[in-house]
Ligand binder design. Structure first.
Ligand code: FAD
Length: 557
């Protein structure tokens, strides 16, 4: 009988154990988990904190007993693997009752990640919490419940400081606000959700402020100091700001939990993640590894490092099981890093590298920004989807991001599929997507990205970008083709306002104002200015259209 030993019993580890059993009814499959819980829903933790998942037990998807009954797995909680001997093919397991050594034929390492501890003084204060595990959630929940219950009528809301505005930090902010706390969010980067392109992040910042969240961007938390004996603290920031807090949640990212692998002599990559091949096999032929602890190759840029997301971990677990039992495997494809988060009424989602990552990798790209309705404009309840996509000069899609109140999730999933398939702007333009007025448009936002990219890449409509505003003002005529009322609400200084509907009759005026310079056209979103740019080009002027229009320009300036 083959013995498969799995270290870590949550996303990647349990996917592997379950798949291995479905493929091999006779193997002895042991899952060793250091904590008291296996197969819990990490991703659901913030939603129990918010109260949306009311039943804590709903997060605990399985128990050792249910896994023994359904899958004949030998699941051992409270069992920490402290050493791997690859020559003897054994692991050392530490339990409350002492240590033992267990042999394996195939070993899977799925130990996940460990939280990065930022250099903040006083982080050990009991009011400072993490949000990674079930015990973390229980402790935080208890603190929040006590603060809410102890609040006397008329007293200010209890205060929370969340350090780190990544995916989990944002979910924590939303949950704590929902529970009635006054929340401050501290982020070292200059915008929330650092993977998001800077022109989309202000939308999230606005949503957070509208829900009363205090934003502290571009600053670090430096110290947590006690302020009385009821658990109240002061969080001091690098700009000298002092925030009073009753609870602090720190989530500044994770690093691969690869110490065990390193000590066992397995190869690690430069980021400290475990190196694996396309079948999840490590440098030792009897050891596989998956999840947050391993290195992956990122699509498009080819960057190598960990991508701590549940989807890749689960799929890798399945693949590792296939490989361990000698089943046909589907080799790991480069990881897109597709991710999504809800921030109150907004959804933000990304797939593939952002613009900064493309620039870092030296990959030439054109950026397309659009703001279409999520379904037909004439159907009630249309919401704008703000989409940014990048394309290679040959038309290949490189990455995409979106923010909006509705319809963002399906656009990003279509774009992630297109990215995986290596599609181009022409392909996006030709995608046939489901349409009836309550759901989309005959020209879906994804088609629109393709159309705009086609126009830009084949030179039909050249474009300029928000970060070129200073040069546009200095060296070109900025032509605003919105209606005068829109112009009056805010415009680029010295811009000439000629509504696009009047442009054909006022070409001489534009020509005179341009005085031989190029014309940098814009409207609110880029649609009317596209028409105007075509009119100007046909009239022999050197014209270009602002990518993303005033909506994007005003977000970044
Ligand atoms: P894990 O699922 O973390 O499991 C590793 C397990 O190994 C742990 O239980 C640990 O105790 C155990 N272990 C470690 N070392 C040892 C040892 N030596 N011996 C025994 N056991 C050990 N991803 C998304 O894609 N979408 C989301 O919405 C999302 N939300 C998240 C929300 C939160 C609050 C958190 C914490 C994570 C979220 N993630 C999300 C990330 C996702 O949960 C992880 O990427 C995924 O769980 C990684 O799977 P894994 O198997 O590598 O590690």
């Amino acid at each position: 009988v083959r013995r498969i030993v799995v270290v870590g019993g949550v996303a990647g580890g349990m996917s592997a154990a379950a798949r291995a059993r479905r493929l091999d009814e006779h193997a002895h499959i042991v899952v060793l988990e250091q904590s008291a819980y296996v197969s819990f829903a990490s991703c659901g933790l913030p939603y129990h904190l918010s109260g949306e998942i009311a039943d804590r037990e709903a997060l605990l998807l399985h128990t050792p007993q249910s896994l023994a009954a359904a899958l004949a797995l030998d699941v051992r909680t409270g069992s920490r693997v402290t050493a791997v001997d690859t020559a003897a093919r054994t692991v050392t397991v530490a339990t409350a009752d002492g240590e033992y050594v267990l042999g394996y034929d195939a070993l899977l390492l799925a130990p996940g990640a460990v939280a990065v501890r930022p250099p903040v003084e006083g982080l050990d204060h009991p009011s400072v919490h993490a949000l990674r595990t079930v015990p973390d959630l229980d402790a935080l929940n208890e603190r929040v419940a006590r603060l809410v219950a102890d609040r006397t009528a008329g007293a200010p809301a209890p205060a929370a400081v969340v350090v780190g505005a990544g995916l989990i930090g944002l979910e924590a902010v939303e949950a704590l606000t929902t529970r009635g706390l006054q929340v401050h969010l501290v982020e070292l980067a200059d915008h929330v959700l650092p993977p998001l392109d800077p022109e989309l992040a202000p939308l999230l910042a606005g949503e957070l402020r509208d829900h009363g969240v205090g934003l502290h961007l571009g600053v670090a938390a430096r110290a947590v100091t006690p302020r009385g004996d009821d658990g109240a603290v002061t969080v001091t920031l690098s700009d000298g700001t002092e925030l009073a807090a009753d609870v602090v949640v720190v989530n500044v990212g994770v690093r691969p939990a690869s110490d065990l692998a390193r000590e066992a002599g397995l190869a690690l990559g430069p980021t400290g993640a475990i190196r694996v091949d396309a079948d999840q096999r490590t440098s030792d032929p009897h050891v596989w590894a998956v999840g947050d602890a391993v290195e992956v190759t990122q699509a498009v840029t080819g960057a190598v490092g960990p991508v701590p997301l549940a989807g890749p971990a689960n799929r890798q677990g399945r693949r590792a099981a296939d490989s361990m039992v000698g089943h046909r495997t589907t080799p790991q494809a480069p990881v897109l890093g597709t991710a999504i988060v809800r921030v109150f009424g907004l959804t933000a989602a990304v797939t593939g590298p952002n613009q900064a990552a493309l620039t870092r990798a030296g990959i030439a790209h054109e950026v397309v920004r659009i703001h279409p309705g999520h379904h037909a404009g004439y159907f009630p309840g249309t919401e704008q989807v703000h989409l940014v996509a990048t394309f290679a000069p040959d038309g290949r899609l490189l990455g995409a991001q979106g923010v909006g109140r509705a319809g963002v999730d399906k656009r990003i999933d279509v774009l992630a599929t297109a990215l995986r398939a290596g599609m181009t702007a022409d392909d996006l333009a030709e995608l046939e997507l489901a349409y009836a007025p309550p759901y989309g448009s005959a020209k879906d936002p994804v088609n629109m990205l393709g159309f705009v990219a086609q126009n830009v890449l084949d030179g039909t409509t050249p474009q300029w970008h928000p970060d070129e505003l200073d040069a546009a003002r200095a060296d070109t005529l900025v032509l605003d083709v919105r209606q005068p009322a829109e112009f009056a609400r805010g415009h680029v200084p010295e811009a000439l306002n000629v509504p696009h509907t009047e442009l054909r009759g006022r070409l001489d005026e534009v020509r005179a104002a341009a005085a031989g310079r190029p014309v940098s056209v814009h409207c609110a979103s880029g649609v009317r200015s596209h028409i105007a740019t075509r009119v100007l080009l046909a009239a022999g002027l050197d014209a270009r259209n602002l990518s993303g229009g005033w909506l994007t320009l005003s977000a970044v300036h």
